[in-house]
Design a protein around this ligand. Sequence first.
Ligand code: PLP
Length: 374
Amino acid sequence: MEDKGMERFIPVYEPDLSGNELRYVTDCVQTSWISSIGEYVGRFEQEFARFCDARYGIATSNGTTALHLALVTLGIGAGDEVIVPTLTFIATTNAVTYTGARPVLVDSEPQTWNLDPARLEESITPRTKAIIPVHVYGHPVDMDPVLEVARHYGLYVIEDAAEAHGAEYKGRKVGALGDIGCFSFYGNKIITTGEGGMLVSDDAQLAERAAALRDHAMSPEKRYWHFDVGYNYRLTNLQAAVGVAQMERIHELIAVKRRNAHYYNDLLREVRGITLPPEASWAKNVYWMYSILVEDSSGVGRDELAAHLKERGIDSRPFFHPLHTMPPYRQDISLPVAESLARKGLNLPSSAILQERDIERIVGAIKELVTPVY
Ligand SMILES: Cc1ncc(COP(=O)(O)O)c(C=O)c1O
């Protein structure tokens, strides 16, 4: 019988590195291909691009550099404006700011918790160059209206898919729906390389330009000839080796995460005042995070519930603070849907290595505070 005092601490996320990760990293060390030249980088780029149904993949040092590289590849810079949801991780707007452009923040919509396509047109000015829809917590953005507005106003679309590897919009994988898609492979992401990122695109010219800018804009034909001010945003072969091993199991990892989310849903459905994560009829949510809303009708505050879970050895994370409420991007505006989501939202443990009994323990701890509906 399990001793209650000995129950393991359940973190919000733990990577699953139980495949060929160690073998491939060892191969890099033994062959001394540890830097950014080496066979795993190209393999990882090809395999991940194919997984996204995109033609090209350009691996980067992390998801933030992928976003920055996407923006500079599209020529976005000082004086430009880029539309971004206010409810996202700060990396999305920081990447815009690095270019000298200004992020323009829009509210979320209640159905998917993502950028509200109905709020786009009112945010467009003559300076607007691009929209960055972010597939927050693994649920795809309603992309058709976003793409339609972008086409109508001649704007680029950069998908921030850092949290949504394998999520689908009307049967199509996210990442290759706009001009460029950006992913993160940080340790808590659906697949990881420790730190890492990737741009995917169907456009050969954009892919070529991004690959060059990633490497100090060195001419592919003439060594040490630099056609622009580029960057060192390269991924190492060591990291790509982990990525290739993760790619061997990406379908399985996503399937397990979806199964875990459904199990959480089954157990939480009867709990008063807990809103379950969305999955629109046109969407495949990959539940990077299993996210709930702790409604006022639960009789419990979100932070109170998080503190109670912590006492029971279970970690959780509040939703992001809306960007317009934080010092670098503060504005005296009201974006009420995002503000309400941020106040109520809680991410529960979401790793693919969670067992059913872990989920039962987590939901059991929630039910100690929040009464079931009968
Ligand atoms: C929505 C979003 N965009 C961008 C990033 C940046 O990725 P990274 O941490 O790899 O730089 C992250 C995650 O960390 C993210 O969640």
